[in-house]
Ligand binder design. Structure first.
Ligand SMILES: C[S@@+](CC[C@H](N)C(=O)[O-])C[C@H]1O[C@@H](n2cnc3c(N)ncnc32)[C@H](O)[C@@H]1O
Length: 274
């Protein structure tokens, strides 16, 4: 089964989008395409995982229960491999529109959703600059490694509020900004000597994802929350968790064992116009 195809309000020509990109964004996009191509052999494994809906965490389901019962149209900026989109459909969403600048990610996610009969549609586009109309989403769902690719957090938050209809919601389940500080030592947690909570950016480690020299931007929790509020959202809930949203290679680092923050979730609403 397929849902309604999204109505695009701007050109999604790849050439135009590339011409508008700064050098870092261009290089990061290439890093992502390369990483997703390397992931192709795992297609069937990920298809099986997608079918289970397991990537949508129990904590996310709790925070989203009431919204998902209303059968929302969901927009997922930086949708990546799209696994969560299939889970959102299974959990009640009417349709999910995924946006990602990686053409490889978009093609794979679309193929997987089609094979599983999930009402997901994917568009190759850059965030901010999503070619969807204002207020098209009942719910914007994003995160799990999204904010670190945004060089301008206010521009990101302004784009999120533009996409959400008045009375709709933004949901973010994201890596905690502190998680980038921890070593992956198994015996005890340590702080990496090459990182600062207040740093501006760093180059993705070769043994991490997507590697390939990608540059990640850092936003403190305060900066992220302030940008979301400044854009016009009302925050309903902010939770911090010890569990990272993803354990690269299943690593059981001491920093992931309950004492330190590794992820957070934020639910916000766009107030109805007065
Ligand atoms: C950690 S990944 C995937 C996150 C996704 N929520 C998931 O769980 O699969 C981050 C994604 O953001 C995409 N991305 C990064 N910067 C972007 C931008 N400026 N515009 C659109 N997509 C972007 C990458 O291509 C990548 O698929």
């Amino acid at each position: 089964m397929r849902g309604l195809a999204p109505k695009l309000v701007a050109s999604t020509s790849p050439i135009r989008q590339i011409l508008r990109m700064d050098e870092t964004t261009l290089a990061n996009r290439l890093a992502w395409d390369t990483a997703y191509e390397a992931q192709l052999p795992a297609y069937n494994e990920m298809l099986a995982e997608g079918a289970t809906g397991a990537t949508l965490f129990a904590s996310e389901r709790v925070l989203l229960t009431d919204i998902l019962t209303t059968r929302p149209t969901v927009v997922h900026p930086q949708s990546g491999n799209g696994q969560d989109d299939i889970a959102l459909i299974q959990a009640g969403a009417r349709q999910v529109i995924g946006i990602d600048y990686s053409g490889t990610a978009v093609r794979i996610a679309q193929r997987r959703a089609n094979e599983l009969g999930a009402a997901c549609h994917y568009v190759i586009a850059t965030v901010p600059g999503v070619p969807l109309s204002d207020g098209c989403a009942d719910l914007v769902y994003t995160g799990k490694g999204a904010l670190i690719w945004m060089p301008d957090i206010d521009a990101w938050a302004t784009e999120m509020v533009r996409l959400v209809r008045p009375g709709g919601h933004l949901f973010l389940h994201e890596g905690h900004p502190a998680t980038e500080l921890w070593t992956w030592d198994l015996d005890k947690p340590r702080v990496r000597p090459d990182r600062s909570y207040f740093g501006r950016s760093f180059v993705c480690d070769d043994n991490s994802f997507p590697a390939n020299g990608a540059v990640m931007w850092q936003w403190t929790l305060g900066q992220a929350v302030t940008a979301i509020v400044r854009a016009g959202f009302a925050i309903k809930c902010l939770e911090e968790y010890a569990e990272p949203f993803w354990r690269m290679g299943g690593i059981d680092a001491a920093a992931f064992q309950g004492r330190l923050p590794n992820s957070f979730a934020l639910l916000a609403s766009r107030p109805n116009a007065a």
